[in-house]
Unconditional design. Sequence first.
Length: 205
Amino acid sequence: MSNAAPLDGPVPPGRMRTTVTYLEMTVKPARRQRPHPHEKLALMRAENCTLSFYRYLYDNVGQDWLWWARRAMDDATLDAIIKDPAVEIYVPYVCGVPAGYVELDRRTPGQCEINYLGLLPDFIGHGIGRWLLDWAIEAAWNAAGMKKLLVNTCTLDHPHALMTYQKAGFHPVGQMEKEEDDPRVTGLIPRHAAPHVPLILPPEG
């Protein structure tokens, strides 16, 4: 597994650091029969997903993990991604209420990437996330010509994310430490979000 050199020195004001781990799976795993986590759980593909619904999912699923990249993306660019026939968005519903989403990106021939997978805060801790991951892995490998399934996670994500991906059969293939503007400072995400990540404010004046 290749690793980039760590960044030196303290984190500058208004910035944040995270270590990104890249993982892949090159062999379809045996199907796992995980128990269904809720009797009124249904999974549906968001076909021709509207921009407003996607932003609702992305913003509310990702806020506490500081997902900011698609908040910063203009509407036309984001709409082109989610409307691409090779990008599949699936939403689990519990008693008719959206609980999160998973996004499968098949735009590169022979491979699929789990771009995003997460739950709305009210549905975390009930077994839905692991069930959704198992389902996504099975769905990704069902496409003809599949050779590789990719995913990445970082130290800003749920603390069990990396372990969960590895238990599901992914293998780390690289790491990179990144330093970026803190989206709580730039205004993309509210200041109160992600209290587990130190907020280093620039000096006033």
